[in-house]
Structures are given as C-alpha cells and as structure tokens.
Write a protein that binds this ligand. Structure first.
Ligand code: ADP
Ligand code: MG
Length: 452
C-alpha cells in the first residue's frame, strides 16, 4: 500500500463512521509501512491508537482488504520520534480570570462518595479507555471532546469514575464550578423550579457551571419536558465550550424514548464504554479492596486461592463482588476464623449459586435455532438462505453481546466463518434492531431467556 492509497481509503471511511468519528479518530492516522501481511500506522497518542484498534480496526481492515488483499493485521503505534510527553496545553487564562456569576455556592453538587477516587479505581483492559478519558477531562484543560459519554452495565464503575473526576477537579481547579448530579436530581430540580416559578434561577444556575456531570441519563428517557430542558442546558453549555460528562447504562443510540436531537447531541463527543469485567480486573479489585479494609479487620487472614476463587466465580458486577467481600470479612471476624475456602463457600453459598451461570456460544446457538425453528446444523452450516442467515446473524450478535468471545472466535464456532462475516452480521442486526420491531422483540426475548 502507498500513502496515497491510504489517503483515499481513509476518505471512504468518512461515510461509514461519520464526520465526528472521522475527525477525532481516523483523520490523525498515517500509514507508515507494510511488512509480512502487517500494515503499520502512526498515531499521535497511545490513547488514540488503543481506541482505534478496539473500535475501528476491524472496519479498517475490512476496507483495506478490498484493495490490498495481502494485509492480515493492523498495528497502530506512536512513532518513536514523537515525544509522549507533550507540553501541557496553556490554561485558558481569559476565561479563568473572568468574574464568575454569583452562582457559586448555589450549585449544590450532589454528595460525592469520598471513596470514589482515581486512586481507588482499579484499571484493567475492560475499563482502560473509560479511565483514560475520565483522567483527561479531570485535568480540566481545554475541552477536546464534548460531551464525554460513559456507558456500561450496572456496577461497572460509571458513578465511581464521575465522582473521581469531580474530586480531582475540585483539587486541581478549585475555581471551577463543577456540578455533579443524577438525571433524576436534574429532573427533580427542574420540576421544583417550575412549581416555584423559579425557572430563571434554574436556568441561570445550570448555565453558569463550568463542568456539568449528569449520571444515569437514561432516566430522562420518555420524560419530555425534562428532556427538553436538558437539551437546552446542554446546548448552552456546549456553545460556551464548557465540559459535559454524561453516564448511562447503554449507548446513546440505544436509549429508548430519547428524542433524536438529544441522541445526536449526545453522540457528538467521545463515547466510551465500560466493558464487563474480566478475571484479572476482578482479582485486582478484590486485592485492592482487601488492602483498603485491612485496617478495619486487624489480624484477619485470607488463605491463598480465596480471592482467585471469588474472581473466577463471581463474574457479575463489581458491586456484587464488593458485597461478597464485605460479608466474608464480617462473618470471619464474627466467628474469629481465618478465611479459607470452606468458610467462603459456606458464607457465600447464595451469591455463588446466583452467579454460577455463564452464557456460552453453544447455548446461544441452541436457543436461537429453537426460537426460529431451524436445525442447529443449518444455523452453523453453509446455507445462505435468508431463513437460516438471519437467525445465524441474530445468534452472532448475541454472542458478541453476551459472551466475551472475540469476533474470530465466534466465527470459528459458526462453522469456521471469517471474523468479517461475523462483524457484518452483528452490524446488520444492530441496524435492524433500530427499524424492525420484530427483530428488536426477538432479541429482547432471547436475551432474557439466556440470562434467566
Ligand atoms: P455504576 O455507576 O456503573 O453502576 P459504580 O460506579 O456505582 O457502578 O460501582 C459499583 C461499585 O463497584 C462501587 O463501589 C465502585 O467503587 C466499585 N467499582 C467499580 N469498578 C471499580 C474499579 N475498576 N475499581 C475499584 N472499584 C470499582
Ligand atoms: Mg451509577
């Protein structure tokens, strides 16, 4: 491949990924060289490189292959001659010096949990991007992406990260008006202002913050007037180049009953998701929680293998993991025994039973073929008929969503298909899900059946 070829190919990606993603992620990528089936690209930062390889590599490879069929893998890295230590961006003196409106002190940030700091947040593969992005906004430098949209399942650390940002900003930039609240609190204040005829005050307060954080924004879905007000607040702040940080339990596009204009506004910035935890991360979190608890339980002994066992067996959210540990500590100190496997299994039998289930690719294939009334062998086999292909794509999509298998692994289990086929299938279902009520319903049903 040549640099020119890459230049043209890159432009073609614009259509697929949209202007915003293109400007943020694709445009900065430069082609460096190609060797033994690997294409090497230069990126300006490791952060960008990681993000691109997690989110766009499949797509880029797919496009690339149509022109340069012998490329099999892509590598994104910061060229050796670029310093990773960039000079700190100059602070925005003029805005910082401006007199703040008298809103200070009226802002009433919702109480922050003192334990939710960056120091206590354990970073692993599933959350490293979210963590890096949160760190970046917590520096309080010039706004580079707006909003920062963090999403992920329950108990994966969204609130923790948001509080950590707030703590950090309060320390680094005490002059900034930082407002953190849940979407529910936002609505509550809004309704109260309406009732007390204090809309002007309400608007002024919200328009005068420097950093606005709204947690669990899916809550305002379907609440029309709250959405409306949120939208205006949001726009006013973005226009003033104020940082906004939003969290939700799913991606903006997947929040039902959210107006399209709100959705598309939310999609304008950087969207990062917290993936379900993996074993290493869970073990890391357990170890750090044990350290944090030590002072409260002097003399407590945890036998080798117990934490590993818990990390292995409790694969749901971090909150459950923490709860298990707390219970274990309390129980052990009550009965004055050391924590070994036996005590762990006795004390946590219900939690362990509840999280026993892990969804497998085979299970998904079986459930989906039952649901669509086709034979398992036809789902996995080579037939291309729509009546097999669609269920197959549904199953691939569910495998991507509900298991931790990679695209190539999924492909292998579907009769040795290529990972691009899986990717295509997953995309197709994602599209259909938006426009085809039947598919959306099937997916919901199947998901529930599998998770039961
Ligand atoms: P969410 O808001 O995503 O539902 P939370 O931020 O409330 O989840 O996290 C649930 C619990 O798990 C909190 O006590 C939090 O401190 C803890 N937790 C989640 N992720 C991590 C992590 N990576 N490191 C340390 N603790 C974590
Ligand atoms: Mg939360």
């Amino acid at each position: 491949m040549t640099k020119e070829q890459w230049g043209q190919l890159r432009k073609r990606l614009l259509k697929t990924v949209g202007q915003n993603n293109y400007t943020t992620w694709i445009e900065p990528i430069e082609f460096r060289s190609q060797k033994d089936g690997v294409a090497f690209f230069d990126v300006p930062t490791n952060f960008l490189g990681n993000y691109v390889s997690q989110n766009f590599a499949d797509l880029i490879l797919h496009e690339l292959k149509s022109e340069v069929p012998d490329v099999r893998r892509l590598t994104f890295s910061v060229p050796a001659n670029v310093q990773t230590q960039r000079p700190a961006p100059a602070p925005a003196e003029d805005t910082a010096a401006e007199a703040k409106p008298a809103a200070n002190g009226v802002l009433n940030t919702a109480p922050l949990d003192q334990r939710f700091t960056f120091d206590s947040f354990v970073v692993g593969k599933p959350n490293e991007l979210a963590h890096a992005a949160a760190r970046r906004v917590a520096e309080g430098g010039p706004v580079t992406f707006n909003p920062l949209f963090l999403y992920g399942g329950v108990g994966l650390g969204k609130t923790h990260l948001m509080h950590a940002i707030a703590h950090e900003l309060q320390q680094r930039k005490p002059e900034l008006n930082v407002l953190y609240l849940s979407a529910e609190q936002f609505m509550y204040r809004f309704v109260q202002a309406l009732r007390d005829r204090k809309m002007m005050d309400f608007k002024e307060i919200f328009r005068s913050v420097d950093v606005l954080m709204v947690d669990d924004v899916q809550f305002i879905a379907g609440k029309d007037s709250t959405q409306e007000e949120f939208f205006h607040t949001f726009n006013a702040l973005v226009d003033q180049n104020k940082q906004i940080i939003i969290s939700a339990d799913r991606a903006p596009g997947e929040i039902k009953d959210l107006e399209d204009r709100v959705k598309s506004r939310l999609q304008c910035g950087l969207i990062v998701d917290l993936h379900p935890t993996d074993y290493e991360l869970r073990l890391g979190i357990l170890q750090s929680k044990v350290e944090a608890q030590r002072a409260n339980y002097p003399g407590l002994v945890i036998k080798d293998g117990v934490l590993e066992f818990l990390a292995h067996r409790i694969s749901t959210n971090v909150r459950v993991l923490e709860g298990a540990l707390t219970r274990l500590f309390a129980f052990a100190s009550l009965v004055g025994r050391e924590i070994d496997m036996e005590l762990t299994q006795n004390c946590l039998s219900d939690v362990l039973r509840a999280s026993e289930r892990k969804i497998t690719v085979e299970e998904i294939q079986r459930k989906v073929s039952d649901h669509y009334n086709i034979r398992l062998s036809d789902m996995i086999g080579p037939k291309r008929l729509r009546s097999y292909a669609r269920p197959r794509q549904v199953a691939m999509y569910l495998c991507k969503q509900l298991t931790s298998r990679s695209l190539p692994e999924i492909g292998r289990r579907f009769g040795g298909r290529d990972h691009t086929t899986v990717m295509h299938g997953v995309k197709r279902i994602e599209e259909l899900k938006q426009n085809d009520g039947q598919i959306a319903e099937d997916l919901e049903l199947l998901r529930r059946a599998l998770e039961a």
